[in-house]
Design a protein around this ligand. Structure first.
Ligand SMILES: Cc1ncc(COP(=O)(O)O)c(C=O)c1O
Length: 497
């Protein structure tokens, strides 16, 4: 039997005590077995439970590997939920298998199957996080674009366009459209206590680009970067693709909490979301903020503050930014209009320390040759005329109703038996599942019922320590959409808890 052969072969080749994480080594072996034709197209892989038992590793590890193999097209899930080898003969013609040593080299993170891609490219594509699905219950991280203030926007835009926007049609000057940088500097000073001049504000297409330019300018391949564990997949993939060494740092109720051993190995950059940890939702305490700033000063590292959605707090006021407490010019503050207005605008900004402002403004112009000033000029007026603040107040009330509707559904179905995590702010909450529940399977089953969720465990770099749960985005769906979607999800969850 094929599956018997694979598990035997793995038992011979899999070293339970290797240096790299177990899932990377297991992934490398199974993909190799498929690429080398040891497993024929259509052959069935052993069940995750059996393979985990045979290799004496956590079942989550095997699941993670099967997931990755599925995502990359090595295998597919068949009827009755078995996993079968895909016919990849076509791929083999296009992408000859590299010799053994080269392959090891090429695939430090278990990726690199495609010989056309660089190592950096392979790393970027090894664990895709994005989804083409961008609406509905319970897609996390998206606002309701139907709430976009169309009329006000159109009025400002018409006014600007009547005046003849010729200068706005050119490439943008270094750093971006001046009046928008000034409007943002003023706005961020009053609502987020960010201390800046307009020259320190550099326009970007969002936080993704802000991180990209930050690592290009401040880090070299091989440098160490701390990220929160768990963290937003986008941050993780961007940093990994830049060839950086990622060190996942655990978070507790007060936020990032590096241990002594981690502190002894200073990173070059720390990426954090202190106002609202993603995905768990806690706010970094004042003590931790001080500790982090103090540490950055002592070891001369940089901090990138990801402030992606701090505007949406239900109850308490947002805490001021970390940047506003920074006396040493070590914090770069990245913000975005993806959540406050809509993601499709692709407008964000980076507030950099004074000493870096020229370098960042020039680098963005040099790398991406920015434009978009017609849009930026409307946004500048929109902020200056105070429409942004009133729009945020209005949608915050709407999202608060949706959040209440979702929490009501959770309580109706499960009472207090399932914990709700991180619901005080943002556009999603986390529904914790009991230890031992496989949240990836729950996510998959829910999707078959048309309900989108994201398994919490997939946000961890080291899934063996992952807490199971589901991210449920509520902002993008109306109560009429939330109620039946949660009823369907509850039926799925009941099969597992
Ligand atoms: C924590 C976090 N940072 C950054 C982003 C992306 O921001 P942008 O759309 O500005 O690139 C997201 C999007 O969901 C996020 O959740």
């Amino acid at each position: 039997m094929e599956s018997f052969v694979l598990s035997e072969w793995l038992q011979q080749h899999f070293d339970p005590a290797g240096d790299s994480p177990a899932y990377q080594r297991l992934y490398a072996l199974i993909s190799r077995a498929i690429l080398e034709g040891r497993m024929a197209a259509g052959a069935r892989l052993p069940s995750t439970r059996d393979l985990a038992a045979d290799l004496r590793i956590a079942r989550n590890t095997v699941l993670q590997v099967y997931d990755q193999l599925t995502e990359e097209g090595y295998v597919h899930a068949g009827v009755g939920r078995g996993t079968y080898v895909q016919d990849i003969s076509q791929d083999l013609v296009e992408a000859p298998v590299a010799p053994e040593d080269a392959r090891e080299e090429q695939a430090p993170h278990g990726a690199g199957r495609d010989a056309h891609l660089s190592r950096r490219g392979s790393r970027l594509l090894a664990h895709l996080g994005f989804s083409n699905r961008q609406s509905g219950a319970f897609m996390p991280g998206i606002p309701d674009v139907r709430e976009f203030p169309l009329k006000t926007w159109a009025r400002i835009q018409n006014r600007q366009w009547r005046e003849g926007p010729w200068d706005l049609m050119r490439y943008a000057p270094a750093g971006g459209y001046g009046p928008l940088r000034q409007a943002l500097s003023d706005y961020l000073g009053s609502v987020r206590s960010v201390r800046s001049t307009a020259a320190q504000v550099v326009m970007t297409t969002g936080i993704h680009q802000a991180i990209d330019v930050t690592v290009r300018l401040l880090c070299d391949p091989g440098d160490t970067v701390w990220i929160e564990e768990p963290a937003y997949w986008g941050v993780r993939n961007l940093l990994a693709s830049a060839g950086l060494k990622l060190v996942p740092i655990r978070v507790d109720d007060e936020g990032l909490w590096p241990g002594e051993a981690e502190r002894a190995q200073p990173p070059r950059l720390i990426v954090v979301a202190p106002s609202h940890q993603y995905p768990l939702g806690m706010v970094m305490s004042l003590a931790r903020r001080r500790m982090l700033l103090d540490y950055a000063r002592q070891v001369s590292c940089w901090i990138l503050e990801d402030d992606y959605d701090s505007e949406f707090r239900y109850g308490s006021r947002p805490l001021p930014s970390l940047q506003g407490m920074d006396e040493d010019g070590r914090v770069l503050y990245a913000g975005s209009f993806s959540k406050t207005l809509c993601p499709g605008l692709r407008v964000g900004f980076l507030v950099v320390p004074e000493a870096l402002s020229g370098a960042f403004a020039n680098a963005v112009a040099e790398l991406y040759r920015e434009g978009n000033m017609m849009l930026h000029s409307v946004l500048a007026e929109f902020i200056r005329e105070d429409h942004l603040s009133s729009h945020i107040r209005r949608v915050r009330r709407r999202y608060a109703e949706r959040r209440a509707c979702l929490i009501d559904g959770i309580r109706r179905h499960f009472g207090d038996t399932l914990e709700i995590v991180g619901d005080a702010a943002g556009l999603h909450l986390v529904l914790a599942l009991p230890e031992g529940v496989d949240d990836v399977l729950v996510e998959r089953d829910a999707l078959q019922q048309g309900v989108v969720t994201r398994a919490l465990s997939t946000y961890y770099m080291d899934r063996t320590h992952a807490r199971p749960g589901l991210l449920l985005g509520y902002a993008g769906a109306t109560p009429e959409e939330i109620r039946p979607a949660f009823d369907a999800l509850a039926r799925v969850i009941r099969r597992y808890v």
